[in-house]
Design a protein around this ligand. Sequence first.
Ligand SMILES: Nc1nc2c(c(=O)[nH]1)N[C@H]1C(S)=C(S)[C@@H](COP(=O)(O)OP(=O)(O)OC[C@H]3O[C@@H](n4cnc5c(=O)[nH]c(N)nc54)[C@H](O)[C@@H]3O)O[C@H]1N2
Ligand SMILES: Nc1nc2c(c(=O)[nH]1)N[C@H]1C(S)=C(S)[C@@H](COP(=O)(O)OP(=O)(O)OC[C@H]3O[C@@H](n4cnc5c(=O)[nH]c(N)nc54)[C@H](O)[C@@H]3O)O[C@H]1N2
Ligand code: SF4
Ligand SMILES: [Mo]
Length: 752
Amino acid sequence: MQEEKTTYCRICEPLCGMIATVEDGKLLSLRPDKQNPLSKGFACPKGIAFTEIVNDPDRVLHPLRKNEFGEFEEVSWDTAMSDITSRLGAIHRRDGAGSIGWYFGNPATFSTGHTLWVANFTTLLGTPHVYSAGSQDVNNRFVASHFLYGTPVAAPIPDINRVQFLVIIGANPVVSHGSVMSSPRIRESLQAITNRGGRVLVIDPRRTETAREFEWQPIVPDTDALLLLSLLHVMFAEKLADEDQLAEQSTGLESIKELAAGFAPEMTADRTGIDPQTVRDLARTLVVTDRAAIYGRIGTSLGRAGTLTTALLDIVNLVAGNLDVAGGSMFGDLGIPGQRLGVAALQHVSRFAWNGRRSRVGDLPQVLGTAPASVMAKEMLTPGKGQLKALFVSAGNPVLSVPNGDELSKALGDLELMVSLDFYQNETNAHADYILPTTTMYERSDFLLPFQALFTTPFKQATEAVIPPRGEAREEWEIINELVASLAKQAPLLGGLHLFNKFADLVGKPWTPTTLSDLVVRIGMGGDRFGLRRGGLTFEKLINKFPHGKIVADNLEPGQLRKIVTHRARKIRLDAPELLAEIDRLERDTDPGYPLRLIGMREIRSENSWQHNAPMLLRGGRTHAARMHPNDAADRGIAEGELISVASRHGQIALPVTLTDDIKQGVVAIPHGWGHNGNGGWTRANDAASNDLGTGGVNVNKLISSDPEDLERLAGMANMTGVPIQVAALDRTSDSIRDRLSASSDMVASGE
Ligand SMILES: Nc1nc2c(c(=O)[nH]1)N[C@H]1C(S)=C(S)[C@@H](COP(=O)(O)OP(=O)(O)OC[C@H]3O[C@@H](n4cnc5c(=O)[nH]c(N)nc54)[C@H](O)[C@@H]3O)O[C@H]1N2
Ligand SMILES: Nc1nc2c(c(=O)[nH]1)N[C@H]1C(S)=C(S)[C@@H](COP(=O)(O)OP(=O)(O)OC[C@H]3O[C@@H](n4cnc5c(=O)[nH]c(N)nc54)[C@H](O)[C@@H]3O)O[C@H]1N2
Ligand code: SF4
Ligand SMILES: [Mo]
């Protein structure tokens, strides 16, 4: 019998409402939920195509073990787990916890059980080798907040519902659907701004899908900090800022003023490519417009000084009078009593404090307990105490998503033990000893803790699993519980794990993601506070009474900073010396051999590296191609559709190019997440986006440096934007292509 179940999509941040049609435990189709009060019947192609991922014949449904011939073969869970834990125990006894590591990828964030259990496991183990997609994404945001507010987890979001002038710098929400902000139907919400007489200005090296619908201001990649400093310069020099108010809200204002004094728009124009008058007008408009905000994301995170740039975004909002006020850049409210003290206390648990530990290789600070993923390969390849020898990878594909995938592939191959928790064989876990099959999002219940403070309209939704796990798939937290149970038997060496088990025994009822979520729902905004607030929410009530989700407040509440800032006198700190020292990273990089600048881009029918196997998303044939300005192409004798070589100081790739005026001259955009080289088990992805070389696109991160010297210093961010490159035509019939790119494993035909 067919049934319809209400749920929501957990691929990206808007968490759009979905209706799943299910028959006999099988997912038949997904359609957008019209009754979801925020997404109101919207879903993107990736969300709809997810049925094909759940039912993908290429899915890993049984534990796989690499045999002596290097092939994966099915084994039972018991066999897999007992071999893994005994090998892990032996490594632990010999080399200690510091030889065991974990990388969790982006989809982990979309599962409360997954993230919390990984955090728990690695904390109890006490290993510094914890890595995530964050150092390629958002860790700079956490560190900027750490300096400014004293807490890493506070992140301002634009008040989309009320803003009248929104400046989007380095984000493309029409394609990405919004990030570090959960705002379903973001495109309509942006259009609503102009419909109510407001403005949306997009500052981006590319005339993106968002920029095409609104105003576009091109900028030279990785010069945003200079632009932001010039905006501050104008605000101070023209006495636009309310300095009395600022002195009340913050400390260190003088340092910022002094700093900005040196960055008049006339000084930075040459670097940013933005006319000084435009900068002056922009500064004035940001100050005088009653409801204005500036918002940045990936483009302002992956330059050479992403933490500084992100801090400057907030400082511009603050100085313009737009921070923490209605219609500006606002903070979500968890509504949890005592949250400020709680966060302050957590800060003292050194593992989670910024810089609580530094990496063995590269001496870089940890962020929320994670080290920069760029150094992971060198941590495996560098002998000595603390060398990484056993690695778990869950929901990640760092061979494609992290700089220098070739180096990482090699390092993974040398590990003593590699275990993957995934439902696909990808380019990374192809190197694993075991792939443990996990459920997809529709095979688990969820309430997403990390997104609670990021909804532009405060909202809560919980879901049950809509189908049972396919095959022998298990949820990550269950796998981790089992790991802990088996490892703890090898106590006393694994003391922390043993304690964890004892605790579970003691309370008689082990924690589950659902019991934890229930706790947060009940104490948080709109929660029942365990009976103190009548009619309040519980996890169960969300499931049964509000299956389409519940709006818990019509708008974000201003005045959150009081609850958030942990610095003395609850004042924002503007002059952390570490932050200001980053200014020297803004120096011009002039290397005549590499005159062009690389930027990234996201595609509407891709999600990082992992959705290139769904037929619906591959329809019409897709090409992995670079975007380049016709003038830059003409200078190099390159014509539309031709194969080009792109080289940086760190690597070289070949792919087709498409020419477009919608990009600033001197800039080349290449999507990441491609490079399906036949190592992954996804049949269609390997064939998709064929260039003339017959491969599933190329891995752009071969152009990116994993050298610790090249990483951003405060959050260990990979430098993936504004990277100096050179481009040349490749004669497609030329035999020399293979020679010239022989070092690139992308050139290896599938299966080789
Ligand atoms: N369809 C789709 N949606 C996604 C994803 C996906 O892969 N596909 N991924 C999800 C994930 S993991 C994330 S983190 C979010 C990211 O969400 P966004 O940040 O909104 O997405 P991006 O497309 O990376 O946008 C970055 C923009 O910055 C611009 N840019 C690059 N360098 C610079 C620079 O130096 N300065 C300025 N001002 N701009 C620059 C790029 O041209 C690009 O338009 O998207 C999420 N949503
Ligand atoms: N050049 C460049 N590189 C980038 C970026 C960029 O803008 N430019 N963006 C960076 C960003 S923002 C991000 S977030 C990273 C992403 O980097 P990663 O997270 O390392 O890679 P993904 O491609 O997201 O791989 C996700 C894997 O998780 C699996 N998976 C999906 N759902 C689940 C689940 O529920 N459980 C489990 N166990 N597995 C699951 C998929 O099968 C896939 O194998 O890429 C980064 N890399
Ligand atoms: S925008 Fe698409 S992928 Fe993202 S949550 Fe909505 S339906 Fe899912
Ligand atoms: Mo991301």
